[in-house]
Design a protein around this ligand. Structure first.
Ligand SMILES: NC(=O)c1ccc[n+]([C@@H]2O[C@H](COP(=O)([O-])OP(=O)(O)OC[C@H]3O[C@@H](n4cnc5c(N)ncnc54)[C@H](OP(=O)(O)O)[C@@H]3O)[C@@H](O)[C@H]2O)c1
Length: 253
């Protein structure tokens, strides 16, 4: 998509892209993690039926594809795969060319995060021409021993059968992943945020209101008390028609 189409706000708190992604911020022992999500004005990422979110515009989809094309890996929760059955791959010829130019594989690896790994092997996802990886527990990995589908299965588990993010990110770093795009949903984002593993957010506010207590939000989980809530710094703000694209950095103490 053409960047010139985007109107950058004159908001004094907004900053041009990248200078704020200071190399000093990068932890060499884990990938740089950017969450990219679209939400309704009231912070919902899907409706009460948890239908696949199709409310973003074509520009939002192009924005998402551009962020995916910048990454070495894409991470999403099992709930997101269960809702869509597919993932978003890089299709735009210019983005594919750029990746080729940079000596990157045409597609970033697509990593599903699931404790249980109870996933239908008939999802179209498994037929998409992308590298399919699974991040799971020992129990989850066992489920896929006899099924093809995932080219790589990563096991990183705590004593309480949760994903051990420190160990998971160490494995991803060893496997050469430097930039990770997290596509949701709210449970995965909550867990990464609570563990301090999110560096930036790209959030698109879409012009609709979904409401409903059971509709998933950007960040699920147990929630944060206000005094301890992660704080953000606005890096960039763009508008396109009725959508607002917000780029935030998570402030480190
Ligand atoms: N608007 C958007 O941009 C957007 C983007 C993505 C998704 N969505 C919507 O979001 C909804 C799904 O969100 P969600 O919050 O329900 O689900 P989610 O985070 O995608 O997936 C939840 C599941 O992922 C696994 N998981 C997540 N965090 C984990 C962790 N820390 N450790 C181990 N496993 C973990 C678990 O899988 P197991 O149960 O298999 O163990 C968990 O049940 C769908 O309705 C989808 O349409 C919207």
């Amino acid at each position: 998509m053409n960047d010139e189409l985007w109107r950058t706000s004159s908001n004094p708190n907004s900053h041009p892209y990248l200078p704020h992604r200071l190399m000093a911020d990068l932890d060499k022992h884990r990938p740089f993690v950017t969450v990219i999500l679209a939400m309704s004005l009231d912070g919902k990422i899907a409706d009460i039926n948890r239908n696949p979110a199709r409310f973003g515009s074509a520009e939002d989809k192009a924005h998402l594809e551009k962020q995916i094309a910048r990454s070495d890996g894409v991470l999403f929760g099992a709930g997101t795969l269960r809702a869509y059955g597919t993932t978003l791959r890089v299709i735009q010829p210019s983005l594919l060319q750029e990746r080729q130019h940079q000596g990157k594989p045409l597609q970033p690896v697509q990593i599903v995060c699931s404790r249980s790994a109870l996933l239908d092997p008939n999802y179209p996802f498994f037929r998409q021409p992308v590298p399919h990886w699974l991040l799971t527990t020992h129990r989850g990995a066992q489920r896929w021993q006899t099924f093809p589908g995932f080219e790589k299965i990563l096991v990183a588990e705590t004593a309480t059968e949760e994903i051990d993010w420190q160990a998971a990110f160490q494995q991803l770093t060893t496997l050469g992943l430097k930039q990770l795009a997290v596509l949701g949903g709210g449970e995965l984002v909550a867990s990464l945020l609570a563990n301090g593993f999110i560096d930036e957010f790209w959030i698109t506010i879409c012009p609709l209101v979904l409401g409903g207590k059971s509709a998933p939000t950007l960040v699920e989980g147990l929630g944060f008390l206000e005094a301890l809530a992660p704080r953000l710094q606005l890096l960039e703000l763009q508008t396109q028609s009725d959508e607002v694209f917000l780029h935030y950095r998570v402030v480190r103490e």
